[in-house]
Design a protein around this ligand. Structure first.
Ligand code: DHB
Length: 371
């Protein structure tokens, strides 16, 4: 966005191009965020290959319930398109613009943040160097260089860990469903998602100490089948598993999202549990607000939007945390607490039977970051 407006900028990426383009992540893009991607000129392939979905299914008590997302959210759909595909498209756009994008460049220090000429120290493939600039956008992780540059007493970290992880697989199997299925079963959570007519993406909730070695292919398919079964649709399609991983689940919020000339965006400021697929949407929404703030500041010296950046983002960030927590807690049965399980089922029944509740769910699912 800065590049389009003629503002000089350098993107520093810690990892290799190969790594970021191939790391499989979530794949649900909100309505407003898909428009944002298209508006900056990175949407051509997403519009062509992305799958436009108008609903999701919630499965519990061995029954399926459809939430008609678009009907409940002013006609707006979601786009199912892998996050690493968005990354590839953004990299291509950047290269087309002939704008600096340095891979395998580690940020070793960020400093002078309370002056008007901060610096970023970089150690890259061609050695070490220092960049002096007007503004630093910290778009790394919650334990990255941007966080380390903020004095501990000026930053609050809110954190929650969940007693389960997700085992995710990508399989060469035609999806046996047209829409995403979020399933809650006594054995645990299951999610049936997809990437294309020939590629399925599936997830299982597992205990946090479990490893991939404990989950041979047969066990994965068996458990997915059990957890997603209904009387009418008992089967899922199996195929060769081409990617697998286990992801821990947690929520983190950093307040404020600014320290002097350092502005945090995306994972540097917050982590959401994956249920609801808000991570990338939230990050791109931060960047939309940040780019406007930077343009007003760098063009005319007006810092009012920069001053407002943290507070205006955090309101939306906490809403996304709330929604991701709601989805997570409703769909992951407790292995110890039967009372909690009763509450989860009550929430699910309400989500599918009350129009008010399904409308809130649909609107948050489809477009939380642009509401
Ligand atoms: C996907 C991931 C999610 O976390 C989610 O809530 C829905 C879909 C996915 O990878 O397709």
């Amino acid at each position: 966005m800065l590049q389009l407006e003629g503002i000089d900028n350098i993107v520093l990426e810690h990892r290799s191009r190969e790594h970021i383009e191939n790391r499989v992540r979530a794949g649900v893009i909100e309505y407003g965020i898909a428009n944002l991607i298209a508006d900056v000129g990175a949407g051509a392939r997403m519009r062509k290959e992305g799958l436009v979905h108008h609903g999701i299914e919630l499965r519990f008590d061995h029954q399926s319930h459809r939430i008609p997302l678009s009907d409940l959210a002013d006609g707006r759909p979601i786009t199912v398109y892998g996050q690493q595909e968005v990354v590839k498209d953004l990299v291509m756009l950047r290269l087309d613009q002939e704008a600096p994008l340095l891979f395998e460049s580690e940020v070793t220090a960020i400093g002078d943040l309370t002056t008007d000429r901060p610096f970023v120290d970089v150690s890259g493939v061609d050695g070490a160097f220092r960049i002096r600039c007007d503004i630093v956008a910290g778009c790394d992780g919650t334990f990255g260089a941007a966080n380390r540059a903020i004095p501990k007493d000026l930053m609050r970290r809110f954190e929650r860990t969940f007693p389960f992880s997700w085992l995710g697989i990508l399989a060469e199997a035609p999806p046996a469903t047209e829409e995403l299925i979020y399933g809650r079963h006594e054995n645990g959570f299951a999610l049936y998602s997809l990437r294309s007519p020939t590629l399925s993406r599936l997830y299982l909730g597992v205990r946090p100490d479990e490893t991939l070695a404990q989950w041979p292919d047969d066990r994965i398919w068996e458990e997915l089948t059990v957890r997603l079964a209904t009387e009418e649709k008992p089967e899922i399609n199996q195929g060769r598993i081409i990617d697998r991983g286990i992801t821990a689940m947690r929520s983190i919020v950093i307040e404020p999202m600014r320290y002097g000339r350092l502005l945090l965006a995306g994972d540097a400021a917050h982590i959401v549990p994956p249920t609801g697929a808000k991570g990338m949407n939230l990050a791109l929404a931060d960047v939309r607000v940040l780019s406007q703030a930077l343009l007003t500041f760098l063009r005319g010296g007006d810092d009012s939007l920069l001053e407002a950046y943290s507070a205006s983002c955090l309101e939306r960030v906490w809403r996304a945390e709330e929604f991701s927590n709601y989805m997570t807690q409703m769909l992951h049965p407790s292995y110890e607490d039967e009372f909690e399980n009763g509450i989860q089922l009550a929430r699910l029944r309400q989500a599918v039977s009350s129009r008010e509740s399904s409308t809130v769910l649909a609107r948050n699912y489809v477009d939380l970051n642009s509401l």
